[in-house]
Design a protein around this ligand. Structure first.
Ligand SMILES: C=CC1=C(C)c2cc3[nH]c(cc4nc(cc5[nH]c(cc1n2)c(C)c5CCC(=O)O)C(CCC(=O)O)=C4C)c(C)c3C=C
Ligand SMILES: [Fe+2]
Ligand SMILES: [Fe+2]
Length: 376
């Protein structure tokens, strides 16, 4: 298995190159290639001060890698009795980059790979970018291994149930802390996206809404009031809304307390620990919201890890059905399975799928896993 996430700086000196990597990604900065380098570095420079201040509050570094490694270890342990599996981590904008992880994977010589982006909802800016990067790193290293990518698991029952259980515990703690006559509203806060990206067909917002429905259906609190909102606007363009700040302002006007539940992040990092726990809490105090509570991210919660293990089992049983967002079409609502389970199969496996081929079989026909060139 390979778990993908965005990555975060591991020291104050890493913040600038991390931001440059992020803002020069063509999936994030959609301008002609000849402009992207200079413009991306300019935007990264503008973001450096606030990002540095945020990471300083976390000791100068992001906890994301450590928490993702804990998830990887827990997932490996959860599947250990069933098949020989190792779980690797690849980050998009800071170490370990895909190229580094491809080298590790190649050295282990697996029969097959399950690619599991730790983004429940598909966005071209996250899952799409990570899988493209992985594919490019595999091609550069000559790694050919049958791979299944789990691209959209926004409504997976295990994900929804484990999230609902964590939310339920937080709801009960919040209710105990509040006076009985103060209403409590759940704010599902997802990372925002520029509106233009959604208009061009990115299914992320639609999938966020499906996740919220799936969690609410399992929460066991009929009538609990909830809203969806979007945080972490990082550029001056129009982003999808309402923003989490607006939702907090509305809660103040409605005189209701809020329980903020991250719905697009499955680990703690700067956008939960700083933005949600510090900035938005301060805003809620300032606006006079009668109570502010936050649902913890899943991290290595055992039920969540069991859900990931279920996804991996499903992927292995699927006959290597690949799922990749190709062509910018919206997920058709009627389709319960992932709607873009087509084109990437050939590109990731080098074959149109079908029976799994083992490492010895590939070697026998001279097409074994090539050892990658030295990784930078
Ligand atoms: C145009 C900019 C950005 C888009 C689009 C975007 C989408 C997006 N991001 C996540 C999850 C994470 N983002 C993280 C950090 C981060 N993201 C942006 C910008 C965009 N993200 C910036 C500039 C940063 C750096 C931090 C900062 O400057 O505030 C992180 C990791 C942070 C950490 O502490 O490790 C995650 C995770 C999602 C899910 C998403 C779209 C769906
Ligand atoms: Fe998909
Ligand atoms: Fe982000």
């Amino acid at each position: 298995m390979v778990l993908f996430n965005l990555g975060g700086p591991d020291s104050p000196g890493a913040i600038k190159p991390f931001l440059v990597n992020l803002f020069t990604d063509p999936a994030i900065l959609r301008v002609p290639a000849f402009l992207r380098g200079a413009l991306g570095r300019f935007i990264a420079g503008r973001r450096l001060k606030p990002a540095t201040e945020n990471y300083a509050l976390l000791g100068g570094r992001s906890p994301l890698l450590e928490l993702t490694r804990q998830q990887a270890d827990a997932l490996e342990a959860a599947l250990s009795g069933e098949f020989e599996a190792r779980c690797f981590v690849a980050m998009r904008y800071w170490h370990p980059f895909s190229a580094e992880t491809v080298a590790e994977v190649a050295a282990w010589e697996p029969d097959e790979a399950v690619l599991l982006p730790l983004y429940p909802q598909y966005s071209t800016t996250t899952t799409g970018s990570s899988l493209d990067d992985w594919q490019a790193a595999c091609a550069a290293a000559g790694l050919r291994v049958p791979a299944t990518a789990l691209c959209c698991w926004h409504s997976d029952p295990g994900f929804a149930a484990s999230t609902a259980a964590i939310l339920r515990r937080a709801w009960e703690a919040a209710r105990e802390a509040l006076a009985p006559d103060v209403p409590l509203r759940i704010l599902f806060s997802a990372h925002g996206l520029p509106e233009s990206i959604v208009k061009r067909g990115d299914p992320y917002q639609w999938q966020v809404e499906r996740s919220v429905e799936a969690v609410m259906a399992r929460l066991g609190l009929p009538g609990a009031e909830h809203r969806v909102c979007y945080q972490s606007r990082a550029t001056p363009q129009t982003w999808i809304g309402p923003s989490t700040e607006e939702a907090i302002g509305q809660a103040a006007r409605d005189r209701v307390a809020v329980l903020v539940c991250p719905i697009a992040f499955v680990s703690e990092h700067s956008e939960t620990l700083v933005e949600l726990d510090m900035e938005y809490r301060d805003l809620a105090d300032k606006e006079g919201v009668p109570g502010y509570f936050r649902v913890p991210a899943q991290n290595a919660d055992p039920d969540f890890i069991a859900a990931l293990a279920g996804l991996v089992r499903q992927a292995r049983d699927s006959g290597r059905r690949l799922c990749s967002w190709a062509g910018g079409r919206q997920c058709p609502k009627a389709q319960s399975d992932c709607p873009h389970a087509r084109a990437a199969q050939a590109s990731l496996t080098g074959s149109p799928g079908g029976r799994r081929e083992t490492v010895p079989a590939r070697r026998a026909r001279g097409a074994g896993i090539d050892r990658p060139a030295r990784v930078q």
